[in-house]
Structures are given as structure tokens and as C-alpha cells.
Design a binder for this molecule. Structure first.
Ligand code: ZN
Length: 418
């Protein structure tokens, strides 16, 4: 086993650990450990909400989830010799749930969760149709996930970090803050917001000294969006065996990681659509000197996905085009087209007895494929969502005898606002 350089005690909160991680991006968050090119090392990760979501049959914890506390990130890990302009090569050697034998209270100890976030607390891809909070708990058996809240499905997880990236430079950070606040200013009262400004409340900044804390907390970027440094890209294929090439913006590169997922569908559509968990990662790093310019990698990371995807070969796919539910034509709006494809799949699954929220949770969590199938045929873009037929315990294909009805167990827990 590679040396464990960032241990976490499952019985302690993120801020009570021996080594403290962070939940904002800022170039001045000091490295928590140094590694050398060629080193392999193990890192533990808290689940992104640091234990706020529980293995129970209530969605009140999702409704009231403390969004200012996310993401609980492990790091930063500095790499000797890495300088701005280099490429940091990160090999994901292994990744999995918390390595403990009995199941405990934390997501990752034999179970994980998917949430539909309410419009008033985060929202999601289909928040107009699903304004309230829902939750599904998933149980892990080896590589397989099942849920007491979504009957008659089981699937193989593609374990991956939802969030991994390098620290921004001061110049890049101010660019982020400027462009995101300009967007926010176009509709400052929107719910959910157009972008999340820096938020000092609940900021965790590793070993930043108290004298600098308030200034850095007021400048540091939130971790929700993916950006030039990688970050919260939620790419389900960044699994074991992947190699990622990150731009380096600060001396040491300052790599951080967190938000582990047992599984996720393309788009992570419910906002917390993956199966969230804590766990471990084994990483190896190398540096390509001046690689950003050599390979033209300035805009964002590039990567080679791992070779351990689940073996699904048959799919039932749904398409959508860029026309709103009210019948309004939009011009090549692929976001809308993917929403329509997902709503199409949700409608279809309700014919088998699923409630719409169960189908929505499933599309977020299962290894579905999402594609931009057509983006040039004016005025409609076409997006498609592919469901692996083998994840269902029954025949999900259309047929002359009509849909079977799945037995309803517990429905997905729900919580609205009074
Ligand atoms: Zn996540």
C-alpha cells in the first residue's frame, strides 16, 4: 500500500482531524504535504458534506444541507519541482470506499446517498419539475449498488473522484471572481443563484494563519463549479486507471481531491446526483516541464479514462430536442435538449410504476451515458441519454405485452418547505 499522507479518522469531523483539508480554492492555502515526482501515495477523503447526510428514511437532511460547508477536500498536496506552466500528471492508481469492515454512520462505510436538492437550497438540472428534496440510500456489495428506495435495479459502480484539481494562481482566482460576479449581477436575486460568490462563513482553509484568514476567506473561490484547474468536473470515467494532465498555476501545483462517488450518470443531474461517499485514493504524480505550452493545455485538464468501465452492452436511449415543455422553439440549446431527453426517460420509467423522483434519482446515480448527438441542425440540437437495460431486474424494453409493474418498496424520502 502506498504511504498514507492524508489520514482521516471517521469518528471525527473534518475540522477536528490531525491534518486539516480545505473547502475553498485559493493560492495561499499552504500544502498539507509534499511529494516528489514519481511518488505514489494514499489519501483519505471525507464525503463532500462531512457527514451531514444520514442513512435513514428522511430527506430533511438534504433539504437543509449546509451548502456553505462543501466540498470537504483533502490537500493541497505540493509536488516538488512543479512550476507554473508545467503539466501535472496524476495517475489514479486505485479508489474505493472507506476501508473499514463494518458499516458505520458515514457515507462510504458500505453505503452512499443520492439527493435531489430543492430549488431553495441548490436546485438541480430539472429543478422546475422537482422543486422539493428527495433522497435515496444505496447499499454497496462489492462493486454493486442497490437501494431500498428504488426497487428492482442494481448496477456496477464506476468509482471516481468527482472533484480533483490544482490550485489557481492569484491572477486566475481574480479572473474567476470577476467573471462569476458579472454573471451573478445580471440577476442577483435568482433562486437558485446564477453563481456562488466567495463565502467566508464555514470556510475551512487548512493551515492558513489567523492573521490572514479573513482576507483569504473573503477572496477564496467556491468549489462547486469546474474551472480551468479541473475541480468539480464530475466526470464519471475518471476511475481507477485514469491519467489526468492538470495545468500548474502555482509553485508545487497544490493538488486537492474529494467528493468521491461510488457511481454517477453523465451530467450528475440531480445536483447531488452521484452516489456520494467517503473513501480513499491512491495517486502517483509526475511533472511535464512547460507542458502547458508544449501541448496547448491552458484551458483545462486533459485525461485518459481508466479501462475498468462496467460491461454494459445493451442500451435503451431517449432523445430530446431544444423545444421547451411549453412548445417554445430555442436555438441549438443543448442544455435544454438534454433536459428533454432526461424528462423523456423519466416519463417512460413511470409506466413501470416508478415515481418520477425515483426515476430522476436513478438517472443521476446509475452509469447512464449522456451525449450531444446533434449540435448543428438548426434550430434543434439533439441530446440523448442511454440507459443500460441490464441494470433493471425486469425487461425494460417496449413490447406488445406492455410494461411490467415493479413492486413498490419504500418510496424515496421527500421533504418540502412549509
Ligand atoms: Zn459529489
Amino acid at each position: 500500500m502506498p504511504e498514507l499522507i492524508f489520514p482521516l479518522d471517521s469518528n471525527k469531523r473534518f475540522t477536528d482531524q490531525a491534518k486539516i483539508g480545505h473547502n475553498r480554492w485559493h493560492p495561499e492555502i499552504p500544502p498539507v504535504a509534499w511529494v516528489k515526482p514519481g511518488d505514489s501515495f494514499r489519501v483519505h477523503c471525507r464525503e463532500w458534506f462531512d457527514g451531514a447526510i444520514h442513512n435513514d428514511d428522511s430527506a430533511e437532511d438534504i433539504r437543509d444541507a449546509p451548502l456553505t460547508t462543501v466540498h470537504a477536500l483533502s490537500g493541497p498536496f505540493a509536488v516538488e519541482g512543479a512550476e507554473p506552466g508545467d503539466l501535472l500528471v496524476v495517475d489514479i492508481l486505485d479508489v474505493g470506499p472507506i476501508p473499514q469492515e463494518d458499516s458505520g454512520p458515514l457515507a462510504g462505510q458500505g453505503w452512499g446517498y443520492t439527493g435531489i436538492f430543492p430549488t431553495k437550497n441548490g436546485g438541480g438540472f430539472l429543478t422546475e419539475q422537482f422543486p422539493d428534496a428527495y433522497k435515496a440510500i444505496w447499499d454497496f456489495s462489492g462493486q454493486t449498488a442497490t437501494s431500498r428506495h428504488i426497487p428492482a435495479v442494481s448496477f456496477t459502480g464506476i468509482v471516481h473522484p468527482g472533484l480533483i484539481g490544482t490550485a489557481p494562481s492569484a491572477a486566475l482566482l481574480s479572473k474567476w471572481n470577476a467573471r462569476e460576479s458579472a454573471l451573478r449581477a445580471t440577476d442577483p436575486l435568482r433562486v437558485p443563484p446564477l453563481a456562488l460568490p466567495p463565502e467566508p462563513r464555514d470556510a475551512v482553509l487548512g493551515s492558513v494563519p489567523p492573521s490572514e484568514f479573513d482576507r483569504i476567506a473573503a477572496e477564496a473561490a467556491r468549489t462547486a463549479p469546474p474551472r480551468e484547474n479541473g475541480g468539480n468536473q464530475d466526470i464519471k470515467n475518471l476511475t481507477k486507471g485514469s491519467r489526468v494532465f492538470y495545468p500548474v498555476f502555482v509553485s508545487g501545483a497544490n493538488l486537492s481531491v474529494g467528493d468521491l462517488h461510488f457511481s454517477q450518470g453523465d451530467g450528475e443531474i440531480t445536483f447531488c446526483g452521484a452516489i456520494e461517499m467517503g473513501g480513499f485514493l491512491d495517486l502517483r504524480v509526475e511533472v511535464i516541464k512547460e507542458g502547458m505550452q508544449t501541448y496547448g493545455v491552458g484551458e483545462n485538464a486533459i485525461f485518459m479514462p481508466g479501462r475498468t468501465s462496467p460491461q454494459y452492452s445493451e442500451w435503451l436511449a431517449f432523445s430530446g430536442v431544444s423545444v421547451t415543455l411549453d412548445g417554445e422553439q430555442r436555438y441549438l440549446d443543448s442544455h435544454l435538449a438534454y433536459q428533454r431527453a432526461c424528462l423523456h426517460a423519466i416519463d417512460y420509467l413511470t409506466a413501470f410504476g416508478y415515481r418520477p423522483e425515483q426515476a430522476y434519482l436513478l438517472l443521476g446515480a446509475a452509469p447512464i451515458e449522456g451525449r450531444l448527438s446533434g449540435v448543428v441542425d438548426i434550430p434543434n440540437s439533439c441530446a440523448t441519454v442511454y440507459l443500460p437495460t441490464a441494470i433493471f431486474d425486469f425487461d425494460v424494453r417496449p413490447g406488445a405485452s406492455g410494461p411490467v409493474r415493479v413492486p413498490q418498496g419504500t418510496s424515496a424520502p421527500h421533504a418540502g418547505f412549509d
